[in-house]
Write a protein that binds this ligand. Structure first.
Ligand code: ZN
Ligand code: ZN
Length: 680
C-alpha cells in the first residue's frame, strides 16, 4: 500500500445534531479519529482540510425548541456553540465548523435538488400525510407518536422505533397521535417528491465493489451490498410544515421542505466552500476535481445515509467528486454497559476535559479507534492504567530521562555519536524502520494499532537505554555513552513526530524541548524530510511531561457516574406511588356467583359476584376462560373503580388478572376468605 502522496484531501466528520452536548462516545467513534487522520496527513505534507459543522434541521430540534419556547435556529445555535467548545476541548481542530442552516448550504441544496430533477431522478407521487386539525399543521416524523408496527413498543416516533431500531416510513406507525396536542391526526393526500433511489442499485453496487478494503471496510461493503440486494425503495424527500429548506420545485407547495438527510451531507460541501471562500476561493474547485480525496468519518449507525443515499445523490447530480474513503467505528460502551443519555450513563466531554489533559484522553481513545465496526468499552480504570503505565512510565519517563541525561552529561547539546556497536546498529535500523510501520497503520486509520506500535517502540528504546547503561559508560567510555544518547535522542525525535497526531499538545512541547520549531510547520513526515538529528544542537532544559493519575481521582469518576444514574432514578421514583396513594385503591376478594358470555361480543363475560354485597362486572375474558368455569372462584377486583357501561351493561369494578402476552391468568386467593375481604 502506498503511503499518503501529495494529493489533496477533504476530511469530514459526521455533523453533530445540534440538540445536546457532546459525550465521550461521539468523540471516540468520530471526531478524535478524524482529527488524528487530518493531523497525520498534514505533517505528511498533504493539503488537507477538516470540515464539520452543526446539523440543524428536522423535527427533534423543532420539538425541543418548542419546548424551550425559542426559535429552532436559536436552539440549534445554542448547541452548535457548546458542541464546538466540547470538541475543541478534546484538541479537535477543525478548519471549518459551519452549520447546515446557512445560505451556502441552502443554495447548494437547491442546486442538488434541481439537478437531480433535471437529470430525471425525482418522481412525484401522491401520499397520505398526517395532519392535526387542532394544531392546523402537518405532522412530519417526530410530530407523530404511536405504536411500532414491528415490535409493538408504544410511544415511538413515526420515523423510527427506539426499541427495535427499525426505521419507519411515513404512515407505518400504529395508533398515531399528535406529539403536540395528543389528538389522533387525520390523513391528507399530498404530492410528495421522491428521489428514485431504486435506479441506482447497479451503479452503487459497481462503485462499492470497486472500493479497496482499506478505503471501505469489507464488512461495511458486504452489509451495504446486502441492502442493495434486498431492493432499494425510492426515497421520500418531502416534508410538510418542517424546519428545513423549502423544496425549490415550482410545483411544490409553499409548506413543502427537503428532508433533513438531504441537506445534512451537502452540509459537508457547504462547510468546505465556506472555508475556501474565507481562505482561498480558487480552492472551491476541489469539490469537482477528481484529484481530491473525500474521506468521511462516521459511526456505524449512519452507514445507510453515507453509503447509499449520499453517493446516489452525488451520482444523480454528477458534478462532484465521489467519496474516496470511509472510516467507520463501532459503538463504545461505558464500564461494560451500553451508553445511554436518557439513563444518564455517559460521560460529557466537558466533565472529562475539565479533569484530564485532552492528550491523556486522546491517547486512551486511540486504542478504541481501530476503524472497525466491532464495539469497544470505555473504562476509567483502564484509562488510568494506560496513562500511568504507558504514557507516563514508558513514554514520558523515557523522554524525560534521555533529555535530562543529555542536559547533565553533554552540556545540554546533542552529543556526537561514536562508532556503532552491533546493538547500536540494530537500534539505529529499528529507528529508521519505525516510521514506515506506523505510517501504514495511520493510512489504514487503525489508530489502535498506531498507539500499540508506539508503546512497543518505547519499550524497545527503554530496553536499549537500560542495556547500554550510559550513566555508567559516561565515566568509562564517554564515546559509547554519546552514541547511546545520540541514538535515543534520534529515536525521541522520530517517535514524537509519529505521536503528534494522537497527542498533539504533548508532542509540540517535546518537539520544543528537543529544540525544533513547530511540528505542524516543519511537517516532519513529508516526503524528502529526514528525521535525522544534528550533533551539537542545543537541548533546552527539560520539564516533566506526564503526571500520573491518582486512584482517588478515578474513584471519584465511579461515584460521579453513580450519582448521574441516581438522578435518572429520581425520574423513575416519580412513578412509584406512596402508600397513601395505594390505599386509595380498594381491592377486594369477590366470589363469582353467576357468569355468562355477553351475546354479540367476542370476548366479554358478565359476572355476578359477592364482594360483601352483590354487584355486576364485565370482563374481557371469554377468549381465556369459559363462563361456567368461573363460577365459584374467589377472585380479586378493584371495587372502587368508576362504573363504566360496557355493551350496555353497567360494570361496577374491574377484575384483576396477570397478562403475559397472550396468556391470561386470573388472580385467585390461596386460602378461602369471606367475600368482600380487603386486599392490602
Ligand atoms: Zn419497534
Ligand atoms: Zn395536534
Amino acid at each position: 500500500m502506498p503511503l499518503a502522496d501529495a494529493r489533496r484531501t477533504i476530511v469530514t466528520a459526521a455533523l453533530p445534531y445540534a440538540n445536546g452536548d457532546i459525550h465521550m462516545g461521539h468523540v471516540t467513534s468520530t471526531y478524535v479519529p478524524a482529527d488524528i487522520y487530518t493531523r497525520y496527513l498534514r505533517i505528511s505534507g498533504q493539503e488537507v482540510v477538516y470540515v464539520c459543522g452543526a446539523d440543524e434541521h428536522g423535527t427533534p430540534i423543532e420539538l425541543a425548541a418548542r419546548e424551550r419556547g425559542v426559535d429552532p435556529s436559536e436552539h440549534a445555535e445554542y448547541f452548535r456553540t457548546r458542541q464546538l467548545r466540547d470538541l475543541e476541548s478534546m484538541g479537535v481542530h477543525f478548519d471549518s465548523y459551519y452549520r447546515t442552516h446557512s445560505e451556502e448550504n441552502r443554495s447548494l441544496t437547491e442546486h442538488f435538488l434541481l439537478r437531480m430533477r433535471e437529470n430525471g431522478h425525482i418522481a412525484a407521487e401522491w401520499v397520505q400525510s398526517y395532519y392535526c386539525e387542532k394544531d392546523r399543521k402537518y405532522l412530519p416524523d417526530r410530530f407523530v407518536l404511536g405504536t411500532c408496527p414491528h415490535c409493538g413498543a408504544e410511544d415511538q416516533y413515526s420515523d423510527g422505533c427506539e426499541v427495535c431500531q427499525r426505521a419507519l416510513e411515513p404512515g407505518e406507525i400504529l395508533k398515531p397521535r399528535c406529539a403536540v396536542c395528543g389528538a389522533p391526526p387525520v390523513t391528507r393526500r399530498t404530492k410528495h417528491f421522491f428521489f428514485k433511489l431504486s435506479g441506482f442499485s447497479d451503479a452503487l453496487r459497481a462503485w462499492l465493489k470497486g472500493k479497496k478494503s482499506e478505503d471501505v471496510p469489507a464488512e461495511v461493503v458486504n452489509h451495504v451490498l446486502s441492502w442493495i440486494e434486498g431492493g432499494l425503495r425510492d426515497w421520500d424527500i418531502t416534508r410538510e410544515d418542517y424546519w428545513g429548506f423549502r423544496l425549490p420545485y415550482p410545483d411544490a407547495g409553499d409548506n413543502q421542505y427537503a428532508y433533513v438527510w438531504v441537506d445534512a451531507p451537502i452540509g459537508y460541501f457547504a462547510s468546505f466552500l465556506r472555508w475556501a471562500s474565507l481562505h482561498d476561493p480558487k480552492k472551491e474547485a476541489w469539490l469537482k476535481d477528481p484529484g481530491t480525496r473525500l474521506v468521511h468519518f462516521i459511526g456505524k449507525d449512519i452507514v445507510q445515509h453515507h453509503l447509499i443515499f449520499w453517493p446516489a445523490m452525488l451520482m444523480a447530480v454528477s458534478e462532484y467528486v465521489m467519496p474516496s474513503k470511509y472510516v467507520v467505528n463501532g459503538y463504545i460502551s461505558l464500564e461494560g454497559k451500553k451508553m445511554s443519555k436518557s439513563r444518564g450513563w455517559y460521560i460529557p466531554v466537558q466533565r472529562a476535559t475539565s479533569r484530564y489533559p485532552s492528550d491523556y484522553l486522546r491517547f486512551y481513545l486511540a486504542y478504541k479507534a481501530a476503524n472497525a465496526t466491532g464495539d469497544s468499552n470505555f473504562s476509567w480504570t483502564e484509562f488510568q492504567d494506560r496513562v500511568n503505565r504507558e504514557l507516563a512510565d514508558n513514554i514520558g519517563n523515557f523522554i524525560h530521562r534521555v533529555l535530562t541525561f543529555t542536559q547533565n552529561n553533554f552540556e545540554g547539546k546533542v552529543p556526537k555519536p561514536g562508532k556503532l556497536s552491533s546493538i547500536d546498529e540494530q537500534f539505529s535500523r529499528y529507528i529508521d524502520g519505525m516510521p514506515h510501520d506506523l505510517r501504514q497503520s495511520y493510512e489504514l486509520c487503525n489508530f489502535s494499532k498506531v498507539v500499540q506500535g508506539l508503546v512497543a517502540a518505547f519499550m524497545v528504546a527503554n530496553r536499549y537505554f537500560n542495556d547500554k547503561k550510559p550513566w555508567s559508560a559516561v565515566k568509562s567510555n564517554r564515546s559509547d555513552a554519546a552514541t547511546t544518547t545520540y541514538l535515543c535522542l534520534k529515536f525521541v525525535k522520530a517517535a514524537v513526530a509519529l505521536m503528534y497526531p494522537i497527542v498533539p499538545v504533548m508532542a509540540e512541547r517535546i518537539w520544543e524541548q528537543i529544540g525544533e520549531a513547530s511540528l505542524v510547520e516543519s511537517r516532519p513526515l513529508a516526503p524528502g524530510t529526514t528525521l535525522g538529528l544534528d550533533a551539537g544542537r542545543p537541548i533546552p532544559k527539560p520539564v516533566p511531561l506526564v503526571s500520573k493519575i491518582e486512584d482517588d481521582k478515578i474513584e471519584e469518576e465511579a461515584r460521579w457516574l453513580e450519582t448521574q444514574l441516581g438522578m435518572e432514578d429520581e425520574k423513575v421514583t416519580q412513578e412509584i406511588v406512596s402508600i397513601e396513594e395505594f390505599k386509595k385503591i380498594d381491592i377486594r376478594i369477590a366470589k363469582v356467583l353467576e357468569a355468562e358470555e355477553v351475546k354479540g361480543s367476542r370476548n366479554l363475560i358478565k359476572l355476578k359476584v359477592d364482594a360483601g354485597g352483590e354487584r355486576t362486572l364485565v370482563a374481557g375474558l371469554a377468549q381465556h376462560y369459559s363462563a361456567k368455569d368461573m363460577v365459584g372462584k374467589q377472585i380479586a377486583i378493584v371495587a372502587n373503580l368508576k362504573p363504566a357501561k360496557i355493551f350496555g351493561i353497567e360494570s361496577k369494578g374491574m377484575l384483576l388478572a396477570a397478562v403475559d402476552g397472550s396468556k391470561v391468568s386470573l388472580l385467585v386467593v390461596d386460602r378461602e376468605v369471606s367475600p368482600g375481604t380487603r386486599v392490602e
